[in-house]
Design a protein around this ligand. Sequence first.
Ligand code: HEC
Ligand code: HEC
Ligand code: HEC
Ligand code: HEC
Ligand code: HEC
Length: 376
Amino acid sequence: MRLRPVLALAYFAAAAHTAPALALDPRPARVCAACHGPMRKDWESSSMANSWKNPVFQAFLADAKSALGETALAGCVPCHAPMASVLGDLKFESPISHEGVTCNFCHNVAAVDPKANPPSYVFDASDPNLMRGPYADSDPGVAHGFVYSEIHTKGDFCAACHEHTDPGTSVTIDATHTRWKGSKAAAAGKQCQDCHMPPSAGQASPRVSKMNREKVYAHTFAGAHSPAMLDSAASLQAAVEGGRLKLTVANSRTGHAIPGGGGGMRSIALEVTFFDGAGAKLSAVPVETYGTEFADEKGKSPVPKWLAKKVARVNEIPADGVKEEWCDVPAKAKKAEATLTYHFIHPAYWAALSRRQVDLARHQPVVMARASVTLP
Ligand code: HEC
Ligand code: HEC
Ligand code: HEC
Ligand code: HEC
Ligand code: HEC
């Protein structure tokens, strides 16, 4: 068995991507869909399937290239276009390179070392037709080989891309896996898969195999783009104490901090709007923002993750944790309305993306929680 370790390379050390073109014949998702229709249908509209085509990613990739040169690309592909990475296809000649995090990639990963820095995955290029998955008693007939893979059933699998410290600068870019490890959900045995690929009883290959499975995992990878997930992620309460407004933000349902990662892209804003006795708006006050901001060598912040030389600010709502914020009440205010708004893209980058006419349809801010209180 020929195993090729692939490191999620640091952005700057990525210049020499010398992966040889492999005699590898990976199948596009379309081929798997002949027998695994439901998985393909779920996956198709997920962020993972679009991790390369995503117009916002492409816009930032263009920025990264103009700041660091063409070689910046090699630092992004291990996570955003892993097939291009393992095929050594940095010209994106193979259609499968465009498929983002795709079936034949994940199901050929033989090992993940979440403790490595950055975490690394091992892609088994020797036999792209050998599927690694959760069943020891699979029944794919002649369709493909199979092997039970414990790592696919564990959150450590996802660390391959959802945990990232730049070894050059020691800046932690993403710590979703570490945050999950320390959560009550992880202690109770809840894996990333349990929340982001929620299982249900059914068949893994409905048209081909009659095997009834207790658990078939959805391939939606629903996260912040799923209204149901975002709605339930945080709660917000408003109260008046000692003449001041007290806001309590709680994160009890996610298995990690929120924002859940995002490499400095995401931020959550807590704002309050005050109204007078007649219901007229008096003022809107930004109270707090949650997320991570990086600074470059000159101290400019926020900057995108590939320019990060240090962490300028980290303020997350921890897993199972609560944040209490206070706000002065203006004279004449009779009502306060608080909102917690999720920004997929840090507001600092928004105007420039709009000017460039980048399609921001999937990145419109979403209100996650509201609370209102009558003031004495
Ligand atoms: C991000 C990685 C990833 C991608 C992309 C992915 N899978 Fe999976 N798949 C998994 C994991 C992890 C499991 C096992 C989940 C568990 O048991 O906890 C799984 C399970 C399966 C199973 C077993 C039945 C089930 O759903 O539990 C099949 C079949 C499967 N995947 C097919 C596909 C197909 C077809 C595609 C592409 C349309 C695909 N997978 C894309 C990670 C992935
Ligand atoms: C010709 C039909 C067919 C095609 C095409 C096909 N599969 Fe399967 N596959 C099956 C059947 C049948 C099973 C067994 C289901 C069961 O045992 O419940 C299976 C099982 C699996 C499993 C579970 C393996 C295990 O041991 O846990 C994975 C993962 C998987 N397929 C992934 C894929 C991927 C990825 C592709 C495309 C590259 C693909 N399959 C293409 C029919 C097919
Ligand atoms: C090969 C790298 C890779 C692996 C392995 C991987 N992911 Fe991802 N994932 C990504 C990238 C890249 C994105 C961001 C795509 C974008 O926004 O363009 C992403 C996005 C997501 C999102 C965000 C969805 C949204 O719409 O907000 C969730 C949830 C997610 N992944 C869950 C998982 C889980 C669970 C696993 C393990 C079963 C996993 N990922 C494994 C690379 C990976
Ligand atoms: C107990 C359920 C649960 C577990 C376990 C869990 N998540 Fe989440 N995750 C959520 C919810 C709910 C959200 C939506 C809130 C949000 O986006 O911050 C989310 C959001 C995300 C996002 C999206 C975006 C973001 O930046 O805010 C990513 C990526 C993600 N999770 C990855 C993971 C990975 C990887 C693991 C395992 C290491 C994991 N999650 C474990 C519930 C869970
Ligand atoms: C170690 C894996 C990894 C590497 C390397 C990486 N990314 Fe990411 N990237 C991710 C993950 C995972 C997410 C989604 C995180 C989340 O939702 O919490 C993401 C999200 C993004 C987003 C936000 C996308 C959106 O639509 O919200 C942009 C933009 C982005 N990355 C650009 C880049 C660029 C450009 C590079 C190369 C210079 C790069 N990334 C390198 C894993 C990686």
